[in-house]
Design a protein around this ligand. Structure first.
Ligand SMILES: CC(C)(COP(=O)(O)OP(=O)(O)OC[C@H]1O[C@@H](n2cnc3c(N)ncnc32)[C@H](O)[C@@H]1OP(=O)(O)O)[C@@H](O)C(=O)NCCC(=O)NCCS
Length: 150
């Protein structure tokens, strides 16, 4: 995971305080499992030293995947996630990554709406991809070179 090591602890506790879970574990323990893995990149949005949102991606060769994006409940619909994803696009374009994809629960209409607004399109479906509760995933993706010129 690429991040300023001195900032890692404050970011981890900030993420924990946002109160989201990832795959049934706390985000803090999820992040700890990623810390020594160079495929993962964390983007953070801070306001006066307080974490307002974060985005985790993984990058393998010229393809990247959105692992998780979340924004604090008091700050929704203020463009925080849009800022994070734009920063991510810039990072990936500099690394010559050409495609970005993600899976999202079919019931997560807020996230689907956000991803559509950002330029992702639905490219497939994974049956029963999620557990607890079992649910299908929608696959969404985008070509970063198209995003550049668009
Ligand atoms: C999805 C999420 C990250 C969006 O964060 P955000 O900072 O509120 O998003 P933005 O303010 O940048 O919104 C950009 C656009 O996304 C769409 N959008 C965001 N929230 C929406 C909502 N509740 N309903 C409909 N569209 C929405 C809109 O088109 C919005 O543009 P607009 O406000 O000009 O209409 C946030 O809702 C969140 O943290 N959800 C919980 C975690 C989650 O489900 N993550 C995704 C799966 S890993």
């Amino acid at each position: 995971m690429i991040i300023d090591r001195s900032a890692l602890n404050s970011v981890k506790s900030g993420i924990e305080s946002l109160g989201f879970e990832h795959f049934g574990t706390s985000v803090r323990s999820f992040m700890e499992s990623l810390e020594n893995d160079g495929r993962y990149v964390l983007f953070c949005s801070m306001n006066d030293g307080v974490l307002t949102g974060y985005l985790i991606i993984s990058v393998v060769c010229d393809e990247a995947e959105v692992i998780q994006i979340a924004v604090g409940r008091d700050l929704l619909r203020k463009g925080v996630a849009t800022g994070l994803i734009k920063e991510c696009f810039e990072y990936l374009q500099k690394r010559s990554v050409i495609s970005l994809f993600l899976e999202v629960r079919v019931s997560n209409v807020t996230a689907i709406s956000f991803y559509e607004k950002t330029g992702f399109v639905v490219t497939g479906m994974r049956k029963n991809y999620y557990s607890d509760p079992v649910e299908d995933a929608i696959i969404m993706s985008m070509r970063l070179c198209c995003h550049c010129s668009g």
